[in-house]
Design a protein around this ligand. Structure first.
Ligand code: SAM
Length: 278
């Protein structure tokens, strides 16, 4: 048995509420993974009824994560990552992408979903520089003062902070830009921030699709999934210098090659950006 598999066997049983969809399991269903339940797949099907190619929302987001990690590892000199809302382990995780380029990279994953925590601890903590911390990413004050985070990362040296596919699921009282401001203030100069987010393109046709997608997500048993405007997403990067090409469709942020096929309409509804703290 591989060490990863034997680690899985050792994981204590966790309570899983299978009557409610979970963000991590729904995302896994969108990515054609195996760690999801019927209640999660129902959300996926509901969104597919609005946009048959809805899986591209997740795929574009994940490929953006991989390209951003390659960029940071290859070009910025940063070797510390705080990956907020890691999701379930999948084919290419942040630490694997970063450590291929910078073998000394340290990654701290944060999540709150019990299934992610169990699988993550078993499969993502596969070396002494990769760690999993249970915390609420929408309470930045607690994350940046978390003893484990402070133990694993040096927050007086530049880090890469990822909020990928997370903030559109925040449905609390606080403004998401305010959550990000709190993180950004705590980062040292030279740090990088990457955000991806469901997007309302504010053109008549694409806005209508974004609104229908949002309704499908919010009215499902998941209950969250906001499609925010450019101004709302720009506000999350306040105080930072956006790296070219700025906030753009995830599929179009430094793609691996030229685009031959036009974007599917749904691909206009997720954007990402990377910025540096001056
Ligand atoms: N960042 C990954 C990516 O882009 O591929 C995964 C994105 S997944 C859509 C969002 C993740 O955020 C899920 O794993 C979910 O459990 C996690 N999440 C949602 N709310 C959270 C919270 N309040 N605290 C910590 N993690 C949270």
């Amino acid at each position: 048995m591989s060490s990863a598999k034997s680690a899985l066997v050792d994981v204590a049983p966790v309570y899983i509420d299978t009557t409610r969809a979970s963000i991590a399991r729904v995302y896994d269903a969108f990515l054609n993974g195996k760690d999801n339940y019927e209640i999660d797949r129902e959300v996926f099907r509901r969104v597919q009824r609005v946009a048959p190619e809805a899986a591209l929302l997740a795929r574009d987001n994940r490929e953006f994560l991989i390209r951003v990690t390659r960029f940071i590892a290859g070009q910025t000199g940063i070797t510390q990552y705080l990956d907020c809302g890691s999701g379930l382990p999948t084919a290419e995780n942040t630490h694997q992408v970063a450590r291929r380029i910078q073998p000394e990279s340290r990654v701290v994953y944060i999540d709150i979903d019990p299934v992610v925590l169990a699988h993550g601890r078993a499969l993502l903590e596969d070396n002494e520089d990769t760690h999993f911390v249970a915390a609420d990413i929408f309470r930045p004050e607690e994350v940046i003062e978390n003893a484990q985070v402070l133990g694993y990362l040096e927050l007086d040296e530049p880090i890469a902070l990822f909020q990928l596919g997370t903030l559109h699921h925040y449905d609390g009282e606080r403004c998401p830009a305010d959550i990000m401001r709190c993180y950004i203030e705590a980062l040292p100069s030279g740090s990088y921030v990457a955000i991806s987010h469901f997007f309302d393109p504010e053109t008549p046709e694409q806005s209508e699709l974004a609104r229908r997608l949002e309704e499908a997500f919010v009215r499902s048993s998941l209950g969250t999934g906001r499609f925010r405007t450019r101004a709302e997403i720009e506000a999350m990067f306040a105080g930072l210098d956006l790296i070219e090409p700025g906030i753009t469709r995830c599929a179009e942020w430094w793609p691996d090659g030229p685009r031959i096929r036009p974007l599917d309409p749904v691909q206009h509804c997720i954007v990402g950006g990377v910025a540096r703290k001056p």
